[in-house]
Design a protein around this ligand. Structure first.
Ligand SMILES: *Cc1c(COP(=O)(O)O)cnc(C)c1O
Length: 353
């Protein structure tokens, strides 16, 4: 196998969706967030697996992603566009039956004028100051908006991965203050918000990262394995150096393996000299700098030269790698590069789906 292989367990994604769905009461619907190519894992295979698991509502960031998702899923499922109704997207929103989450007076005007009667949601800002209407703007146009009948009102939490952060309760109170008594379905919680408990669930939850095995959903089944092929090995003597800037020096005679993947494939350069790879259950240190297309590992302690080593798998998940690299699991996932062969597996079919 010449290219690095990213194996994606579609059953684990489906199981994670069901587990998050079970965390809320039966009256709460659970959507699936599949923006950024399903967090880098391949929307064309991931979205149908989520639909088979029971998801009926999906979210993407921009209309182009939503259009692609409509072609994948066909008519039926609701596709929400978190970026709302942007200039130039009207035709796509109409033709592919997308549901924009309008976030400003300008977007509301654009939508109601260009596509009267076409479904939409409303995005409210409850303190994150990123997307959505603030209270005064919302109060001013709420009568017109409510008349047009939004499918739901939504907002997003800034600190949901920190259960003790007072921001959570403050945003919850503000969401109630802006939406109570309006009789419109509401959506507030992403993965972190679901874990904060039923007060945060309202009518529709919007998990993303938890579906893909990431924190803060600790109980998630792991989803990805990333195997990097060994393309050359060499013996080095004590005192020899390896890679750019001579960043690693052998303290004994050993064997060095060069593997096919680097920072251009989403392996952060901050992993240089820090992370371990795995030969089955045996850890293998990455040595020297991460290059654009290559990394090097000290395999002197292995009895045989491995065909490949895993950098993501049962011993090291996306959040472990993120912690070493100084980032978050979301960034590790969405940076996983286009050069990897993506292999989507399910247990029912016993292999490649
Ligand atoms: C990305 C996003 C989500 C999903 O968040 P996760 O933390 O990945 O579960 C939900 N809602 C909005 C508005 C988002 O931007």
């Amino acid at each position: 196998m010449a290219t690095a292989t990213l194996t994606i367990d579609l059953d684990a994604i489906a199981a994670n969706w069901r587990a998050l769905d079970r965390l809320s009461t039966p009256v709460v619907q659970t959507a699936a967030v599949v923006k950024a190519d399903a967090y880098g894992l391949g929307i064309d295979r991931v979205a149908p697996a989520l639909a088979r698991a029971g998801a009926r509502r999906f979210f993407t960031a921009v209309a182009e992603e939503g259009a692609r998702l409509r072609q994948i899923l066909g008519p039926g499922p609701q596709i929400g566009i978190l970026g709302g109704h942007m200039a130039g997207d009207t035709e796509m929103i109409h033709d592919l039956d997308l549901t924009p989450m309008l976030n400003s007076l300008q977007q509301v005007t654009r939508h109601l004028e260009s596509l009267p009667g076409h479904p939409f949601g409303i995005q409210l800002d409850t303190g994150m100051n990123r997307l959505g209407m603030e209270e005064a703007e919302w109060r001013a146009i709420a009568p017109i908006v409510l008349e047009a009948g939004p499918v739901f009102l939504m907002s997003h939490l800034a600190c949901a991965d920190e259960p003790d952060n007072p921001m959570n309760a403050a945003q919850l109170a503000q969401f109630h203050h802006m939406t109570d008594g309006l009789g419109i379905p509401r959506s507030f919680a992403a993965t972190g918000g679901i874990l904060l408990g039923p007060d945060y669930h309202f009518d529709l939850t919007r998990p993303g990262i938890g579906l893909y095995g990431g924190q803060p959903f600790d109980a998630a089944q792991p989803v990805v394995t990333l195997s990097l092929p060994v393309i050359q090995t060499r013996d080095v003597a004590k005192g020899e150096t390896v890679g750019y800037a001579n960043a690693w020096t052998a303290d004994r005679a050993t064997t060095v393996a060069t593997l096919s993947a680097g920072y251009a494939d989403g392996l952060p350069r901050t992993l240089s000299n820090k992370v371990r790879l795995w030969d089955g259950d045996t850890p293998v240190p990455l040595i020297g700098r991460v290059s654009m297309d290559l990394i090097t590992a000290d395999i002197g302690h292995l009895s045989e030269i491995p065909r490949s080593l895993d950098i993501l798998g049962p011993h090291q998940g996306v959040d472990d790698l993120a912690a070493i690299a100084g980032t978050i699991g979301y960034e590790i996932l969405t940076a996983l590069g286009p050069r990897y062969a993506r292999r989507h597996v399910t247990r029912q079919t016993g292999g490649q789906a």
